[in-house]
Design a protein around this ligand. Structure first.
Ligand code: C2E
Ligand code: MG
Ligand code: MG
Ligand code: MG
Length: 277
């Protein structure tokens, strides 16, 4: 394409593009190495009942503990893992690790795991989930799979079939980052979600911003009318917490409660919050 725009353009673009490609292929190789070397970690962010403050769930969030670069956040490697297909391996590893970690938690605490739309391109996804539950002994009803709107955009009929199979295993489905896509509402009606996670972009300007407040209030009410639970993500202040709790949201997740924690620290958090209750 650059060639068609003339020789000058081609010369301008070529070095930058080549450098980019080199960087990406290095990152890809590095990621493959990291998977075998055991450099990925699953951290857990507590979710609390908005009314009682009790920890009712945790979301599994992957990190890469790179020997030279330190802790790398998922935004820096998940997109490439999706493009290269490595997400299949990484996603299965996260699910297995999280289910086996969570098997040690009190049975009142559920586990939420993010699934990439790319993982839905494999028809064996429900079998994979079932076999991981079986191998780890983690109860299906304690597992919640978080899915973004991206998955519905791929192939609606296939996605619906896969989501239905997942439900049949006994896991529940949450719609993540609700409100950021462009057809969230129609998807809620057509797909078997039992929970809505309100995207943190709507929380950021609470409680002062009246438009954000109206939107959050409306989504919580809509969830209740549809018989769906709501979790509010990205609650960073006491004021935001008080606002969403007063609006009767179900769960709160955010730095105000806790940042995502390594497994051992999450267990400590659980013990401390049980003692405080
Ligand atoms: P997400 O599923 O929406 O996860 C919530 C993100 O919001 C996490 O970022 C969490 O650390 C962050 N967060 C939570 N509370 C607050 C807060 O109060 N303030 C702010 N500013 N941020 C908050 P993280 O861990 O960097 O993950 C980013 C995204 O990467 C996730 O968004 C999810 O889409 C993806 N991701 C993470 N782990 C996995 C995984 O195992 N598989 C897949 N497919 N995607 C993953
Ligand atoms: Mg999530
Ligand atoms: Mg989210
Ligand atoms: Mg997100």
């Amino acid at each position: 394409k650059a060639k068609a725009e003339g020789k000058g353009t081609f010369r301008l673009f070529e070095p930058a593009m080549a450098a980019q490609m080199l960087l990406r292929s290095r990152l890809e190789a590095d990621m493959r190495r990291a998977l075998t070397a055991g450099e990925f970690e699953v951290h857990y962010q507590p979710l609390v009942d908005a009314q009682t403050g009790a920890v009712t769930a945790a979301e599994a969030l992957v990190r890469w503990r790179h020997p030279e670069q330190g802790l790398i956040p998922p935004a820096d490697f998940i997109p490439l893992a999706e493009e290269t297909g490595l997400i299949a391996q990484l996603g299965a590893w996260v699910l297995r690790t999280a289910c086996s970690d969570a098997a040690a938690w009190p049975s009142t605490i559920t586990l939420a795991v993010n699934l990439s739309p790319v993982q839905f391109r494999d028809d064996h996804l429900p079998d994979l989930v079932a076999s991981i539950l079986d191998a780890t002994g983690f109860a299906a009803h304690r597992l919640e799979l978080e899915i973004t709107e991206g998955v519905m955009l791929e192939d609606e009929a296939r996605t619906l079939a896969l989501l239905t199979k997942l439900k049949a295993i006994g896991v529940s489905l949450a719609m993540d980052d609700f409100g950021t896509g462009y057809s969230s509402l129609s998807y809620l009606r057509r797909f078997p979600f039992s929970k809505i996670k309100i995207d943190r972009s709507f929380i950021r300007m609470l409680p002062e911003d009246s438009e954000s407040a109206a939107i959050v209030r409306a989504i919580i009410t809509m969830g209740a009318c549809l018989g769906m639970a709501t979790t509010v993500e990205g609650v960073e202040t006491a004021e935001q917490y008080a606002f969403v709790a007063a609006e009767q949201c179900g769960q709160v997740q955010g730095y105000h409660v806790s940042r995502p924690l390594p497994f051992a620290d999450f267990l400590t958090f659980l013990n401390l919050s049980a003692m405080a209750a």
